[in-house]
Design a protein around this ligand. Structure first.
Ligand code: GLY
Length: 365
């Protein structure tokens, strides 16, 4: 097993810089890659308000722009994370979340999402929800308009429709074509059989050559507003080509998302089965409560998961990425094993930036 990384340094690529009063519009041109600034070894700056997303593409940037306007106009963290997530959920090009998400093994898109409001210690979630583009908004209604936390499947859809959400086909041509290719190649790489960590290399389910390999894409959005209140959302189409009805970590409070208004928030992407088993985001928030920075707490969770497998004699490192923020406006992210550093998009008074976190177990390939 490779050695854990010990370096604490990481890059912070800034696309805008705050000087006195922060004017969002003036920062937009700095998003250009030509404007990147690298500061090796610096820690995240702790200012509020703050909003981050695990997405680091153009849609993530647009989502952060919209959310920042909400936060700087006195809006709540809860409204900011919902609006930001909706922008990502309706993007048809994004095959990991909402509309355009990759379907289950039968070609049906089933979405999971959760929301947590630190101010009111409330949570809501939906799982295996079909035909609704914005599951995070349905989760918010579960949180605010029912005495429950989680609705699944047909019940979640019925609830959404009762609130006026329109049913739509979520399977885009792009996602359908990828699913059809996966179906033609699927024989040695589906989810039937023992879990990945109990399979030996080369055994069915562990193929790494698949042109349509399974993915766990997910979006996390976490924010602390000007009043110091914290909220978060995790939304996903889940594991691509999953067994119908499979629910990942994203809609499970304490797994895919956790918020504590006195401490901070954490979100997870990656192999949901491991995030569920480790209650990873609850663990991260507890570590922050014990004094760890968001960056250190994310790394602690990865080490904890790796240690659990070592404890049962397995050399297994699941693909996970964690993001976290604290009440002071500090942030961090870390991934389990990768050839590339994990990234997330950050908006705060210093501007809009791409933050690069750390890899717990760097790999060469
Ligand atoms: N982390 C997303 C999933 O496994 O469903």
């Amino acid at each position: 097993m490779p050695s854990p990384i010990t370096r604490r340094g990481f890059c912070h690529q800034s696309f805008g810089f705050g000087l006195g009063a922060f004017l969002w519009q003036t920062l937009r041109p700095f998003w250009s890659p030509n404007g990147r600034r690298h500061t090796i070894g610096s820690a995240s700056t702790g200012t509020t308000p703050l909003i981050i997303t695990s997405h680091r593409n153009e849609t993530g940037r647009r989502a952060m722009e919209t959310a920042w306007e909400i936060l700087t106009n006195g809006g709540s963290a809860l409204d900011a994370v919902e609006k930001a997530t909706n922008i990502i959920e309706v993007d048809p090009e994004d095959t990991s979340v909402g509309y355009g998400g990759l379907p289950n093994e039968r070609g049906v898109v089933q979405l999971d999402a959760s929301i947590m409001d630190g101010k009111t210690y409330s949570a809501g979630s939906v799982a295996a929800l079909e035909n609704i583009k914005t599951p995070s908004s349905v989760a918010r209604l579960v949180m605010e308009r029912t005495d429950h936390v989680m609705l699944v499947g047909a019940g979640a859809l019925e609830f959404a429709k009762s609130w006026g959400f329109e049913e739509e086909n979520l399977l885009t041509d792009r996602a359908r074509e990828r699913w059809l290719r996966w179906r033609e190649e699927r024989s040695d790489r589906d989810d039937w059989g023992p879990p990945d960590h109990l399979r030996t290399p080369g055994e069915p389910g562990t193929s790494v050559n698949a042109s349509q390999a399974e993915t766990h894409g997910t979006v996390n959005v976490l924010a602390v507003d000007a009043d110091g209140d914290i909220a978060g959302i995790t939304s996903t189409s889940g594991l691509s080509y999953k067994i119908p009805g499979r629910i990942g970590d994203s809609p499970i409070i304490g797994a895919g998302l956790y918020v504590n208004n006195d401490v901070g928030a954490a979100g997870a992407t990656g192999r949901g089965e491991d995030v569920i088993k480790s209650c990873a985001t609850y663990y991260i928030v507890m570590r922050m409560q014990e004094g760890r920075s968001p960056q250190e707490a994310c790394e602690d969770a990865l080490q904890m998961i790796a240690a659990r497998y070592r404890a049962v004699g397995l050399d297994f490192l699941p693909g996970e990425k964690f993001v976290a923020i604290n009440k002071d406006g500090e942030y961090g992210c870390a991934t389990m094993r990768s050839t590339r550093v994990p990234r997330m998009t950050v908006a705060n008074r210093s501007g809009l930036s791409i933050y690069e976190g750390t890899i717990a177990f760097p790999t060469d390939t």
